[in-house]
Design a binder for this molecule. Structure first.
Ligand code: PLP
Length: 484
């Protein structure tokens, strides 16, 4: 694809700017000669149709939830209602200065306070911070809260370990380690759930807690969740639930009732605000009674219908984000909650689970399902055994030729050649059928024309890239040197 500099000709313009008028010389005189340009800037000179065509062509090279099915497991790429985008763009929010005193931004504080109340209700837990800007940031915040709790009990050098099932999301061990804990991996059993005997063996006075991804990255809900949390509490530890997969049980079960002491939301997944490209997101954290004293400041309090900032929390871990977090992401998520209501939220999780099981059912005769149980919001297939050395990467690349974004591949690590598929509740049945059809055709191609898969993608602007190099050595500057 050419750059905008490859189009146009000298003198062409896309817009007619008004003359600067008489003040030009006067204005120039105010700029010291040493700071003035000696030659004009190197700008593209294109007509409006050329400009529009160029950027429209570029935008068509993008793939997103607004262009097609995006079954990226663990990412919950659901449709983001446009109404919520509009609401978050309200100038009452976008034009607020973050340093305004509380009395001058009562509306924004009310929004944040109200969101906190809803999320505490959904989690069934008494405390919250809205500050974390992403799921992993919520995890780190949760681990810092746990560490402060351990410290406050005089057990800092004693309770040093966090238990982590091998089916946990990859950010979990990283967050525990960043907060200064050592990580002990727990194996899954044949059901794809925490091996209870291994858990009992690992528990002891040196364990600060467990971090569970619920449902886990196989898309399976821990049937023994109450036993697990009882065992950890019995050994004096606390339970962290990674709630990024809440889309599986939103409005149907509450982590607080299952024994969670710390729980993070990924608002940019479950509550339908755009996810991808690295943000911005929001990862609020709810906590049980025991951790209330350590929550970040400032908190938002309400008295006599007025909102204020609460700083008086001597044992707080402090701030984890400037101001109040990503407020506009929180605004979109609140709009989602208010639009759907209790029943709508319950329907969302029901739809997500139904879609995942429907799709799994269509694919399971052809693709291996290593842990074949009732799926929650997502399921994991293996691309192994399709024939002639075909790998999951080949399947993923070929899906692009059929017009679909590939699912997450090679994760979770406990499944060889994993394909992790999350359809979400916002796709109609025809789309699920078309995706299943493409997957089945690809499986047939793997047997009959394996080279089609090995050389895929065939229909994309660039063919198969060396992914590791593409990330480490991104080629952002074209040969002409125009795109810096
Ligand atoms: C289960 C799970 N936990 C944690 C995260 C981390 O969230 P984030 O990407 O917002 O940091 C993700 C990411 O999607 C996830 O799927």
């Amino acid at each position: 694809m050419s750059t905008i500099y490859d189009r146009g000709a000298p003198g062409r313009r896309a817009v007619a700017l008004p003359e600067l008028g008489q003040g030009e010389e006067e204005l120039l005189a105010r700029i010291p000669p040493s700071l003035r340009r000696r030659e004009g800037p190197h700008l593209p000179e294109v007509s409006q149709p050329e400009l529009v065509r160029h950027y429209t062509a570029l935008s068509r090279m993008n793939y997103g939830v607004d262009t097609g099915f995006y079954p990226l497991g663990s990412c919950t790429m659901k449709h983001n209602p446009k109404l919520h985008e509009d609401l978050a763009r309200h100038p009452g929010f976008t034009e607020l200065h973050p340093l305004l005193p509380a009395e001058e931004c009562q509306g924004a504080l009310a929004l944040l306070w109200e969101m906190g109340e809803y999320l505490k209700g959904i989690a069934g837990m008494p405390g919250i911070t809205l500050q974390p800007a992403a799921g992993a940031h919520g995890e780190l915040t949760g681990m810092l809260l746990l560490r402060r709790w351990v410290e406050d009990r005089g057990e800092l050098g004693v309770r040093t370990k966090i238990l982590l099932p091998d089916s946990a999301h990859g950010t979990n061990p990283a967050s525990a380690a960043m907060a200064g804990f050592s990580v002990v991996s727990l194996p899954s059993d044949r059901r794809g759930m925490v091996d209870l005997e291994a858990l009992k063996g690992a528990l002891g006075p040196d364990v600060a807690g467990i971090m569970l991804t619920v449902p886990n990255t196989l898309g399976i809900f821990e049937e023994d969740i109450l036993t697990i949390t009882d065992l950890v509490h019995g050994a004096g530890g606390l339970c962290y639930f990674d709630g990024a997969n809440l889309n599986a049980y939103l409005g149907r079960a509450r982590p607080g009732d299952m024994g969670a002491d710390i729980f993070h939301f990924n608002l940019h997944k479950t509550f339908s605000t755009p996810h991808g490209g690295g943000g911005p997101g929001a990862g609020p954290v709810t906590v049980s009674e025991a951790l209330l004293p350590y929550l970040p400041v400032p908190d938002i309090g309400r008295e006599d219908g007025k909102y204020r900032l609460v700083w008086d929390r001597p044992k707080s871990i402090g701030r984890v984000h400037p101001y109040f977090g990503n407020t506009l992401v929180i605004a979109k998520a609140l709009a989602y909650i208010l639009t759907l209501g209790d029943e709508g939220l319950r329907d969302a999780s029901a739809g997500a689970v139904l879609a995942a099981n429907y799709l799994k059912g269509k694919l399971k005769g052809t693709y291996r399902v290593p842990y074949d149980r009732l799926a929650k919001h997502e399921f994991v297939l293996s691309g192994e055994g399709l024939g002639d050395g075909i790998r999951t990467l080949d399947i993923a690349k070929r899906l692009m030729d059929y017009g679909f974004h590939p699912p997450t591949v090679y994760f979770p690590l406990i499944v060889r050649e994993a394909l992790m598929i999350e359809p979400t509740e916002t796709e109609p049945r025809e789309v699920l059928d078309a995706f299943a059809e493409a997957m089945l055709r690809i499986a047939a191609e793997a047997r009959e024309h394996p080279e089609l898969l090995r050389e895929a993608p065939h229909a994309t602007p660039v063919r198969r890239l060396d992914e590791a190099r593409a990330v480490r050595e991104p080629w952002l500057r074209l040969a002409g040197g125009c795109v810096g």
